[in-house]
Write a protein that binds this ligand. Structure first.
Ligand SMILES: Cc1cc2nc3c(=O)[nH]c(=O)nc-3n(C[C@H](O)[C@H](O)[C@H](O)COP(=O)(O)OP(=O)(O)OC[C@H]3O[C@@H](n4cnc5c(N)ncnc54)[C@H](O)[C@@H]3O)c2cc1C
Length: 425
């Protein structure tokens, strides 16, 4: 039976495998680590005594491919959609709080309500977003919006960091415009935050593995692909530490690995290798804490802590585009962020509780114009080799949605290739 060999069980690899299995193909998955999920995973932390995610993740209502994937693997109810769409913010220095509440698809109408925009701004300030629509490939958000804009620090910078994991001064203006078109310009439902109250793996990973097992997929952990053998434009074999594994002529191989690994395995793809880190700190608190704004997450302005997520007894702090923080010692980061958030939450929460710092040094590619210009497509110079991952040219930011879309695209190409190749005589 024709087999799709999927290398890497992150979101791209899982989504590819699910599509291939759904289409009735034989699937084999090879994952280097002990667990699936890649940069989007949960694990039991012995120090904290509970399950945590490697980093807090959020989807938005516009993430149709992800919603579809959740439906296919039967875990839609494990993601909580917040309606109406609301993004609460707090600026500790001024004590000001506000909520961005996007509304009707007619961009400006909801902005006429002062309570739904950043304090001290007027609807005209938001009209500058349309300047992004005319941005050229090489333009950054900072250049188009201007760093002296009243919304720069309180809207554009937090959006760029949250969505592109890149500071606004270097983030791609065209990519940000794409996000605005798919979310704010589509209306309230497209902007709804979606969070993982039971954790990332419970919603995105474990149900996919169960689905694949039920479809008979061969899933191997600690199976790190070391190299490929090819001839006459097709992959002939995959090299694992244990030895060579033959790839039949009618099979397909999908590399759903991070860009630096792809650069080693198939350098012709020329993947972008400039990445940016995200730092997350999880604090195990005595009891669940309600955040200002009343939602399980809160955006912070003017502090190193950028977002707080509160889930059961864990407070998690996110710092995106974290190049200035990632090399600091863990204890220093934990102490600093704890002192920031205890002030913010305005209560005596006691001494530093049990904590865990997770530094994802290569969290995503840097989403700058130069890096994005080098994103490759899914095909390669080999007829039966395809690539997938958030770093490929999906037209979307490097996110779960981008990974899932890239996995689906690779699945389509792999299936098309397999159905074209005649059986070996
Ligand atoms: C801290 C953090 C916060 C984030 N927040 C958000 C968010 O809020 N919303 C959002 O949409 N996105 C967010 N993202 C981005 C999102 O997690 C990624 O875009 C997505 O998980 C990438 O999936 P992927 O499959 O493309 O790559 P990966 O997750 O990197 O998967 C690649 C897989 O390949 C495996 N592998 C590597 N080498 C080999 C090999 N040689 N052989 C076999 N297997 C191999 C790896 O172990 C891994 O499992 C965040 C990322 C991080 C790190």
């Amino acid at each position: 039976m024709r087999t799709v060999h999927v290398i890497g069980a992150g979101m791209a690899g899982l989504s590819c495998a699910v599509q291939c299995a759904r289409a009735g193909h034989s699937v084999a998955i090879y994952e280097a680590s002990l667990q699936a999920g890649g940069r989007c995973r949960s694990f039991q932390d012995e120090g904290l005594g509970c399950m945590i995610d490697n980093g807090s993740h959020m989807l938005i209502g516009a993430n149709d491919a992800t919603k579809n994937y959740l439906e296919q693997i039967g875990s839609k109810e494990l993601v909580t959609e917040i309606a109406p769409a609301t993004f609460p913010f707090l600026e500790p220095d001024t004590g000001q709080q506000w909520q961005i509440k996007p509304g009707s698809p007619y961009f400006s109408l909801w902005l006429l309500t002062p309570g739904r925009r950043v304090p001290g701004t007027n609807p005209v300030d938001y009209a500058k977003a349309f300047k992004l629509s005319r941005a050229k490939k090489e333009d950054t958000v900072g250049q188009i919006i201007g760093q002296d804009d009243p919304l720069y620090d309180r809207l554009w910078q937090p959006i760029c960091r949250a969505v592109l994991n890149t500071d606004a001064d270097v983030a791609s203006a065209q990519l940000l415009w794409k996000v605005i078109k798919l979310s704010f310009l589509k209306g309230e439902a497209a902007c709804r935050p979606m969070i993982f109250e039971k954790g990332l793996s419970a919603a995105l990973v474990s149900p996919a593995l169960t689905f694949l097992e039920n479809k008979g997929a061969d899933i191997r952990f600690q199976a790190r692909l070391r190299g490929l053998r090819w001839q006459n434009d097709v992959v002939l074999a995959m090299r694992f530490p244990e030895g060579l594994l033959r790839v039949e002529n009618e099979d397909a191989v999908v590399l759903a690995v991070p860009p630096d690994v792809c650069a080693e395995l198939w350098p012709d793809t020329n993947p972008p290798v400039e990445t940016l880190p995200i730092v997350n700190v999880h604090f195990r608190v005595r009891e669940p804490i309600e955040l200002p704004g009343g939602l399980p997450f809160l955006g912070l302005i003017g502090t190193d802590s950028q977002w707080i997520f509160s889930r059961e007894n864990v407070l998690s702090i996110t710092i995106s585009a974290a190049s200035d923080h990632v090399d600091k010692p863990n204890w220093e980061i934990a102490n600093h962020l704890w002192s920031e958030i205890t002030k913010i939450l305005g209560r005596n929460m006691g001494r530093l509780p049990p904590w865990r710092v997770i530094k994802e040094r290569r969290a995503t590619i840097a989403q700058t114009p130069a890096v994005l210009a080098g994103r490759p497509g899914a095909t390669t110079s080999l007829n039966n080799l395809f690539v997938a991952g958030d770093w490929t040219n999906t037209g979307l930011p490097a996110t779960i949605e981008g990974s899932i879309k890239s996995g689906r695209r690779a699945a389509r190409l792999a299936i098309r290739r397999m159905t074209k190749v005649p059986d070996d005589p």
